[in-house]
Design a protein around this ligand. Structure first.
Ligand SMILES: *Cc1c(COP(=O)(O)O)cnc(C)c1O
Length: 337
């Protein structure tokens, strides 16, 4: 039995999700005529109290479309140095938007209002114009760490006062909301645009949705087309998203419980120096006296899969297909290393 903990993207659609996909009504979404895509976009927009949404093939595309429209040549984005938009989107900020990036530091992948304020460029011929602040919740490289609304509010105020846009990479936003119990509508109020992934903890095979106001999403639709992301009978995929929003949100608490347990098991291992605080479904450990390659090889011998996550760190992610049986096996096998 392989214990797959590399990512929450390894899930396979459940039989019930497949049923929903097979029976979806479809049309040509480039013409705006796929009823299932339209329903998914509106369902998610309504959940967050935002005007509308745009279904895209990936979270990279939803983020990059938002950045493309919020920035441009000679502008600058403020984000954490560990942001997905900077580290893991193929250099898209440069190639799609020709924008500059101001990278901030901060514990657990989070940036503070004071640091943001200090890094807004002056209105000066020498400096690129700061136009966007981009946050990530949960923060992948921060170990699935959470921003609360309390932390967002002062950042929002700074953006309003300085005429900046605020974008949220909410690839795992539902993981955060499951823990905090905050109202998605309050999050919708706080951001100009939000990207939500359906293919992570929600367990869909494909897809992300960009939320924003109607004028913005109209422009976003055109950028999506230019990037080659206009799909035709995409309702067959969007149906999985609707199913996941109805059936896979509350269960995220299960993934969090299992991740906490993994953290407790790993904390006791001689090869683990430190476990990041486990807030959601991601567990990052700092290694003692071993490289990630060495430890991943030892885990692989036990058919446990994880990934390297920095020069002395590895990451484990729980998900829909990681069962309590897997968890018990994980404990047994790790204790044999
Ligand atoms: C996965 C992920 C994305 C989007 O990734 P895609 O693989 O392009 O869907 C964006 N941000 C974060 C934090 C992610 O984990």
């Amino acid at each position: 039995m392989i214990i797959e903990l590399r990512s929450d993207t390894f899930t396979r659609p459940t039989p019930a999700m497949q049923e929903a996909m097979f029976s979806a009504s479809v049309g040509d979404d480039v013409f705006g005529e796929d009823p299932t895509v339209n329903a998914l976009e509106q369902k998610l927009a309504d959940m967050f109290g935002m005007e509308t949404g745009l279904y895209c093939p990936s979270g990279t595309m939803t983020n990059q479309i938002a950045i493309r429209l919020h920035t441009g040549p000679q502008t600058e984005i403020i984000c954490h140095k560990y942001s997905h938009i900077y580290l893991y989107e193929g250099g898209g900020i440069m190639s799609n938007s020709m924008a500059s990036v101001k990278l901030l530091d901060g514990p657990l992948g989070k940036i503070s209002p004071a640091d943001i304020l200090e890094n807004i460029n002056p209105d000066d011929v020498h400096a690129p114009e700061t136009t966007l602040v981009a946050l990530e919740n949960t923060m992948n490289k921060g170990g699935g760490s959470i921003y609360t609304l309390e932390e967002i509010k002062p950042i929002k105020d700074i953006c309003v006062n300085h005429g900046l846009r605020l974008h949220l990479d909410g690839a795992r936003l539902f993981n955060a909301l499951t823990v905090t119990g905050e109202n998605p509508k309050d999050w919708g109020q706080a951001f100009d645009t939000i990207s939500i992934c359906l293919s992570k903890g929600l367990g869909c095979p494909v897809g992300s949705v960009l939320l924003g106001n109607k004028a913005f999403i109209k422009k976003a639709r055109k950028v999506r087309k230019a990037l080659g992301g206009g799909m035709r009978q995409a309702g067959i995929l969007a149906a999985a998203g609707i199913y996941a929003l109805d059936h896979h949100v509350e269960r995220l608490a299960e993934d969090h419980r299992k991740a906490k347990k993994i953290g407790e098991i790993l904390e006791k291992q001689s090869w683990v120096l430190e476990v990041f605080p486990v807030q959601t479904n991601i567990v990052i450990v700092k290694l003692k006296d071993a490289t990630p390659a060495e430890m991943l090889a030892k885990l692989a011998e036990k058919e446990i899969r994880a990934v390297k996550f920095g020069k002395d760190q590895i990451r484990f992610v729980t998900h829909l297909d990681f069962t309590d049986e897997h968890l018990d096996e994980f404990e047994n096998r790790v204790n044999e290393i």
